[in-house]
Design a protein around this ligand. Sequence first.
Ligand code: NAP
Length: 273
Amino acid sequence: MITAKTSLYGLIGNPVDHSVSPLMHNTAFKKLGIDAVYLAFKSENTEDTISALKTLGARGFNCTMPAKSDCAVLCDKLSEEAELTKSVNTVVVEGDKLTGHSTDGAGFFLNLKNNGVDYDKNILLLGAGGAARSIAARAVIENVPSLTILNRTVKKAKALADSLASYDTNINYGGLDELPEAVKKADIIINATSYGMGEDKSIVDGSLLRPDQVVCDIVYKPRETALLKAAKKAGCKTVDGLGMVACQAAYAFELWTGKEFPLGEILEVLEKN
Ligand code: NAP
């Protein structure tokens, strides 16, 4: 029930009408009996929208495209990952101060852990866009031994590798033409490009894959992408992108409320959605 004391949370970006975040957070508030509501706000101007949310006393909000990098500039403080990626997807509001976080990478690795995957291994990351940057930042914070970043636009892979060079992880980068060689050396392969989103084509040729490899796709529409189908056929363990959606929300929810997110129930809700 909405009361005179209901706390306000939300999502800003454009578009936002496809987002499952309101469904996830409002389900979690209800389940835990928290007097709060989460709404989606289509934003034409990130600065104005954030100012409006502060005026209304919002306790926290998520940012999606194209608000993520503008939001990083508008925050008073950034987490280590948000600082590394210069991108924010979760903001905690305390008084008039904003702290920005980037929970996609942490969500990705929590989902791996929940799927029983040991990620202290050689990781091949495909992509250097927003999601890939967040996964790469968390990978070095988690101290993975080796990370290879391949991207269609090589200079973006190089910029990402350079930005993480001060960490202990051994980092290589290159273009997608290096994919066959890189797949051979990888224990865990992650598709963090939008390749395969809404279409039945795989960024990795299934004949390159071995049964001892773990293959992850962060694309979650379709849930079983062509890459994951090919990986299953090759006998690999596979991890799809839906768990990451719930896990990045779990981190945001816990930052806002200090309470544990009902992850299992939220995953069931997402699966039915
Ligand atoms: P983004 O910032 O726009 O980056 C897109 C990435 O995909 C870039 O690396 C781009 O390469 C690459 N790419 C696009 N088309 C390609 C093609 N035809 N061939 C090869 N590479 C291609 O997008 P993003 O925010 O990182 O999102 C990427 C995907 O992850 C989307 O499908 C999104 O829905 C999904 N995602 C899932 C979650 C989750 O929780 N499961 C979270 C965030 C995002 P260039 O740099 O060369 O353009």
